[in-house]
Design a protein around this ligand. Structure first.
Ligand code: BTN
Length: 241
């Protein structure tokens, strides 16, 4: 079920409330403390985009398989955008890109119960009808920017939830390899040489060769050696438009 509200701090906070259950979505027009990955804020013009969180209860999934949840969420966004003729790629770990621009971001938070995942909150910010963005955002885009059309946001959300449910059911049926292979095939910069940065600030060229089921990025360095990086151990360096 979709719960629509005018304003909140962050829909990821709302989604913690026990009254929301599996596949419920909490959608807010305005967030006073919208959160992004790596401690960033998420900015979105009121009434133009989709900022929402979905509750999942994947109690069948061991903690060390949690990257599969990132994968199905990213793929659900890719599938939904393709229904609108927008071709996207997934920038590891789970940014949704059109070309070199960011269309959507995902912030996933888990609560654990022993060795299992009790509740997963999937926060999604999808730029839909916004055409003008703050100049300090590196590379934003929106569905309207890409296509020149305006979109019905609720219809997009409904399709996205249907696609997420389908992928979730695949995950529950144990189709891990299919999901993993689809994610890899859809990766931004797959088999392409690009620039990366280490937390030390050092830059290097490398080629993405896929991702491990643990979520580690596999990068081939220019000397031919393969290296694996956890989230926060490496960053993409983006070309400026
Ligand atoms: C990112 O790319 O940095 C992730 C952005 C996630 C933003 C969404 S908007 C809805 C939900 N509520 C939040 O506070 N964050 C997520």
């Amino acid at each position: 079920m979709i719960y629509h509200k005018e304003s909140t701090t962050s829909t990821n906070d709302d989604a913690r409330e026990g009254k929301y259950t599996h596949l419920d979505a909490i959608w807010a027009e305005r967030q006073s403390c919208g959160r992004g990955q790596r401690g960033h804020v998420w900015l979105s013009n009121e009434g133009e985009n989709l900022t929402f969180s979905v509750v999942l209860t994947p109690d069948f999934l061991p903690i060390d398989h949690q990257f599969l949840l990132s994968e199905i969420v990213a793929l659900a966004l890719v599938d939904t955008m393709s229904e609108y003729d927008i071709e996207c790629r997934i920038k590891w770990t789970n940014d949704i890109y059109v070309g070199d621009s960011k269309l959507a971001g995902i912030l996933i938070e888990h609560s654990l119960s022993g060795e299992r995942i009790a509740r997963t909150i999937v926060g999604i910010g999808l730029n839909v009808n916004q055409l003008i963005f703050p100049t300090d955002l590196p590379n934003p885009t929106s569905m309207a920017t890409v296509t020149g059309c305006k979109f019905d946001r609720r219809a997009i959300l409904e399709r996205l939830l249907a696609n997420l449910e389908m992928l979730y059911n695949q995950l529950r049926s144990g189709e891990d390899t299919t999901i993993q292979n689809r994610y890899i095939a859809t990766m931004y910069r797959l088999n392409t040489t690009g620039l990366y940065a280490l937390p030390s600030g050092e830059h290097f060229e490398a080629t993405i060769r896929g991702v491990r089921s643990s979520g580690h990025l596999r990068l081939e360095h220019s000397d031919g050696t393969l290296h694996e990086y956890a989230f926060k151990e490496v960053e993409f360096v983006l070309r400026r438009p």
